[in-house]
Write a new protein. Structure first.
Length: 198
């Protein structure tokens, strides 16, 4: 399979890239990449990248952030950071990517545990994660050519938070287990699903 991973230098994206490249042809993209630079906040940049790559069988996005801030300090501008980056970056990616995928291809997005379980500073992330879950449910049945669309919602990745305390009330999850869920989205037949691991 030819697979594009956006966010391929990150806590999730890098080990996912390393794992998938053992069996597939994988292209790793992120903003500061010299080989495959892309910024999902900018549709033109996504289109430019996709035009330089061969037709793909799968696109996995593990990029996009939102403002982490105490509720009383969150501003409207803070919310729009996450809406522009993690939410619309991924929504626009689906609209653009579907033209560049082979029939029976797949798109996998990333959200997280904060869609379901709160932390004191999580409203900005919860807003976009929840919106993405609804988006995937509604958009997946509309995709043509048997293209599948799913979203992986991981808990905190073990080792990426201070200590081993509970995050949003749940124990951290191993990156190996999270990679298996991305592989399920990639290789399975499900579409329109939120694949939760926490
Ligand atoms: N880490 C966790 O415990 C965890 C748990 C649940 C969910 N998540 C979610 O999973 C996603 C990835 O998290 P992570 O911890 O792996 O993040 P990370 O370590 O900060 O890595 C983010 C990756 O995405 C790239 N990137 C960031 N913004 C981008 C943009 N607008 N366009 C293209 N590339 C971009 C980064 O490289 P450049 O900066 O060079 O672009 C990097 O490759 C996030 O949405 C996060 O909320 C993470």
């Amino acid at each position: 399979m030819k697979i594009l991973i956006i966010g391929a230098s990150g806590i999730i994206g890098k080990p996912l890239f390393e794992s998938l490249k053992k069996e597939h042809e994988v292209f790793g993209a992120y903003r500061s990449s010299t080989e495959y630079p892309v910024d999902t906040r900018d549709t033109a940049s996504v289109r430019l990248l996709l035009e330089t790559l061969p037709k793909l069988d799968a696109i996995i996005n593990a990029a996009g952030s939102a403002v982490w801030e105490e509720f009383d300090l969150l501003t409207e501008a803070d919310y729009y950071v996450g809406i522009k980056d993690k939410l619309m970056g991924q929504v626009n990616l689906v609209h653009t990517a579907k033209e560049f995928l082979n029939p029976n291809g797949s798109i996998t997005l990333t959200t997280g545990i904060l869609a379901d379980f709160p932390e004191p500073s999580s409203a900005g992330l919860a807003l976009v994660n929840g919106a993405l879950h609804s988006f995937v449910m509604a958009a997946a049945p509309q995709l043509k050519n048997n293209i599948r669309l799913n979203v992986v919602a991981p808990g905190a990745i073990k080792g990426s938070i201070e200590g081993e305390e509970l995050f949003a009330g749940h124990a951290p999850v191993t990156i190996e287990a999270v990679i298996d869920v991305y592989k399920e989205a990639l290789l399975g037949s499900r579409t329109g699903h939120v694949l939760k691991i926490y």
